[in-house]
Design a binder for this molecule. Structure first.
Ligand SMILES: Cc1cc2nc3c(=O)[nH]c(=O)nc-3n(C[C@H](O)[C@H](O)[C@H](O)COP(=O)(O)OP(=O)(O)OC[C@H]3O[C@@H](n4cnc5c(N)ncnc54)[C@H](O)[C@@H]3O)c2cc1C
Length: 441
């Protein structure tokens, strides 16, 4: 989870959901490219002063709901003393169980487990509640839908509201992996599609290997790809645990997950609010999904808390709020969604011009200063400003062109000129369609 996701958890008074699950704190990213590597630290804490960190009304009742306590893996004294922000990595299921326990401890929350099979609507299409298999109907002034990646109910926002699959991730569990840079998310770049590695508990490390295909990889092809292309490209210290993970064999050796993209739409259906992955998805390469979802939860709860209970069923008031929600959430959403797609395109570089951009991007990071603090500010969710994204993306593109001119030399100038024009056109094609869709959808 990115630092801005942790910030949102504090605002919701739910930060203890990362406690006692053997979570591993994350200080930043380690990027390796063709054998070279660098660490990029997360932004310093002053960045938190530039964004809203006020708690959701009513979230802090006892006074410590936004405070972390040390546990077997998280040292909060060190955390508090650190000048930089932190992210955290964990087993997702255990985090969810903690979130649920925090919700259930609220006296006005009633738990009901079941499979939602449909929505209850009035004759004008207003959503009045849900139908639950074998349990009947439940009604409310507002139904909040958060049915995730394979959402059944997002189509209520339009029949054409469907996700796009851009690629797949093949995920494996590494046991006792030796991380080249502990407490960092690792991004391994090369001729293969990008590989993401992050430790999620003292003994377990998740590795997600991007696979350039819009179709689920066949088992044989996936194993061949992992063995022949990913394994040799990994840093040496990670190779033994990766080999061990492959040797496990059987159907459990890996899981393939579709990387889906969906631009958010305004919640204009009376009585219904879609949030989380049911509303909006991006490439998981940048680990921004929970950060967007939790920040949406903060914004939404703040907005709903401004409405008296008796007005929650008022369609005009709610429509107004939902349109404000849609526009206010954009600052973060545009950055994290567009960045995820743009970085994936560069890191998975599958043509000559994207490869020039990929190399330029890594060289740009090597310059340090604003060339790393800018991009990591965006990735962490602490700089929700699309113009900063635009500026760094094209700074990378121009730097890549400059390096290409240097490489080609005077005699190669005409070739470099042609290539660089193509690089800039490619960069524009990567960024603008997504940036504009995200800004104006
Ligand atoms: C490969 C991969 C890696 C990722 N890595 C990261 C990462 O590192 N960091 C990050 O922040 N994000 C990451 N994400 C994204 C993140 O997992 C999601 O953004 C986040 O889980 C969305 O939360 P959600 O509550 O909207 O949906 P989900 O977590 O999908 O939850 C939806 C819930 O709804 C339930 N449900 C669905 N239909 C019904 C029904 N009809 N009735 C009852 N219940 C139903 C499901 O069982 C599920 O419990 C990753 C995603 C993928 C695919």
């Amino acid at each position: 989870m990115q630092p801005a996701g942790l910030k949102a958890l504090r605002q919701l008074g739910m930060i203890k959901a990362i406690s006692n699950i053997e979570a591993i704190h994350v200080d930043g990213y380690y990027i390796s490219y063709q054998g070279e590597s660098l660490d990029i630290p997360y932004p310093d804490k002053s960045y938190l002063k530039r964004i809203d960190t006020t708690p959701v009304p009513g979230a802090i009742q006892r006074g410590d709901e936004d405070k972390l306590v040390s546990d077997s893996t998280l040292d909060i004294q060190e955390w508090d003393a650190s000048p930089t922000t932190k992210g955290v990595a964990f087993q997702h299921g255990e985090f969810l169980m903690n979130l649920r326990a925090i919700c259930l401890a609220e006296k006005n929350v009633t738990k009901l487990e079941g499979n939602v099979t449909g929505l209850v609507k009035d004759e004008f299409g207003k959503v009045l509640g849900i139908k639950v298999a074998n349990k009947g109907e439940y009604k409310a002034k507002i139904t909040i839908n958060c049915d995730g990646i394979f959402s059944k109910f997002r189509k209520e926002l339009g029949d054409d509201y469907v996700t796009k699959v851009g690629s797949y991730f093949i995920g494996l569990d590494l046991v006792d992996a030796q991380m080249p840079s502990p407490n960092h998310g690792h991004v391994i770049l090369g001729d293969h599609a990008p590989v993401l590695v992050y430790q999620i508990s003292p003994h377990h490390t998740r590795i997600l290997c991007a696979y350039r295909s819009t179709k689920v990889p066949k088992r044989e092809e996936a194993l061949k790809y992992l063995t022949n292309e990913v394994l040799p490209a990994l840093p040496l210290s990670l190779q033994p645990s990766f080999k061990d993970a492959l040797d496990v064999g059987g159907p459990e050796v890996y899981r393939a997950m579709a990387n889906q993209y969906l631009t958010a739409r305004a919640n204009t259906v009376p009585g219904l609010i879609c949030v989380g992955d049911s509303l909006n998805m991006r490439h998981p390469l940048t680990g921004g999904g929970m950060t967007v979802g939790l920040n949406d939860a903060v914004l939404l709860t703040k907005m709903l808390s401004e409405i008296p209970d008796e007005d929650l069923g008022n369609e005009d008031i709610m429509l107004d709020k939902m349109l404000s929600f849609h526009s206010e959430r954009k600052s973060l959403d545009v950055v994290l969604n567009t960045l995820s797609i743009a970085l994936y395109a560069l890191f998975a570089a599958d043509n000559q011009y994207l490869k020039i951009l990929q190399r330029g991007c890594f060289a740009y990071f090597l310059r340090g200063g604003d060339c790393t603090s800018g991009p990591i500010g965006l990735l962490s969710g602490l700089v929700p400003d699309w113009f900063v994204l635009f500026k760094h993306f094209f700074a990378v593109a121009f730097y890549a062109c400059y390096l290409n001119f240097v490489d080609r030399g005077i005699l190669g100038f005409p070739v470099a000129l042609y290539e660089n024009i193509s690089v800039l056109v490619t960069a524009a094609f990567v960024l603008f369609p997504y940036l504009l869709t995200e800004l104006f959808s």
